[in-house]
Design a protein around this ligand. Structure first.
Ligand code: FDA
Length: 305
């Protein structure tokens, strides 16, 4: 049943008509629990509040799967607005983005131009940029672009997904770039030909790549709400004398909020991924897919007056 619901929400997350409708009608159905707001001003307010509580942030102007150049340029402009707000307001925040919103599916020229514009603005404002990893069909291209950009800029990192079979080899290939990587389990619906279908195998691979990346001396962001992965990381860094400034935990805005604060109290660096903007629909559906228990929360929100 849980798998069925998961597939259903992942299917809904890709529906273009619903995406458009959602943009038109604004944050609905409890999405504001996971999305900071529709404007940069609202996002800045949320970030200031999180920073005050000792939480670092990575901000994401929501958008994905853009198929025309005008819109891709606009998405990049909005990311630059976010970077400038971080600089101006002296926020403790990085930026995250999806390359399909910067023109990845349009042409190499469009996506590279937009990425370089963003990374230049980020360099000027001392902001680190993480390229989120999207579905498997875009993985190779995303990694190739990351390698190119990493050879030009210091302030760029990307994401590696534990559910893919190819991940261990990708980590080995990326090691020469000493990348700052966010490690995650993986959020998209992938076929068993490319990804571990069983949670226990994904978890094992997750632990394996956390260990690999840390022992190679690279900066590691462990992005998970799973207590078992958090405990594993804590134990691993203790046993291997990994200093606290070589890793951080990351969680999504609105998920396990109390645990985020506890980890700060325990002395760990904790970064919250804060999405904002009008294109919230796909992101919201993936959060529901991860945890069907959230659906009850959404239904309550829908019927509450
Ligand atoms: P898992 O889903 O196994 O959950 C373990 C436990 O965590 C649950 O039992 C529950 O207690 C809690 N939990 C998990 N999800 C919850 C929810 N929605 N609400 C309440 N509790 C919940 N993916 C990707 O493919 N590309 C990317 O670039 C990113 N980027 C990214 C950034 C950050 C900061 C995070 C935290 C995650 C991502 N992800 C991602 C998503 C990631 O791949 C994965 O889908 C989710 O983090 C869910 O997996 P977990 O590791 O949290 O554990």
């Amino acid at each position: 049943m849980e798998q069925l619901m998961r597939d259903f929400f992942l299917f809904l997350s890709k529906n273009k008509a619903l995406t458009k409708l959602a943009k038109k009608y604004g944050l609905r159905f409890g999405a504001s629990r996971f999305v900071a707001g529709e404007t940069i001003d609202l996002a800045v307010k949320v970030i200031k509040d999180l920073n005050r509580k000792g939480l670092a942030v990575t901000i994401d102007y929501l958008g994905e799967f853009v198929d025309n150049e005008h819109e891709a340029n606009e998405m990049a402009d909005n990311s630059i607005i976010a970077i400038e707000a971080i600089g101006r307001e002296k926020l403790n925040s990085q930026l995250s983005l999806k390359m399909t919103s910067m023109g990845l599916d349009i042409s190499d020229e469009v996506v590279m131009r937009n990425m370089r514009r963003i990374l230049e603005a980020a360099k000027k404002n001392n902001v680190f940029v993480t390229i989120d990893m999207e579905d498997f069909s875009r993985c190779q291209k995303s990694i190739d672009i990351f390698k190119q950009l990493r050879s030009e800029y210091d302030n760029v990192g990307t994401v590696i997904q534990a559910y893919l079979y190819r991940t261990e080899q990708d980590m080995k290939d990326l090691n020469e770039y000493h990348p700052n990587l966010r490690l995650v389990k993986g959020a998209y619906k992938e076929s068993p030909e490319v990804a571990f279908p069983e949670k226990k195998d994904v978890d094992e691979n997750f632990k394996k790549i956390i260990a690999m990346h840390m022992l190679n001396g690279n900066y590691t962001a462990v992005a998970s709400h799973d207590e078992a992965m958090i405990e594993y990381t804590k134990q691993f860094v203790k046993e291997n004398n990994i200093p606290n400034d070589q890793f951080e935990f990351q969680m999504l805005y609105g998920i396990r909020t109390e645990r985020q604060l506890e980890l700060v109290k325990e002395g760990y660096k904790m970064r919250v991924y804060v999405p904002y903007g009008t294109d919230w629909y796909g992101y919201f559906m993936r959060r529901l897919a991860e945890r069907p228990a959230n659906v009850a929360f959404v239904l309550k929100g829908m019927f509450k007056k």
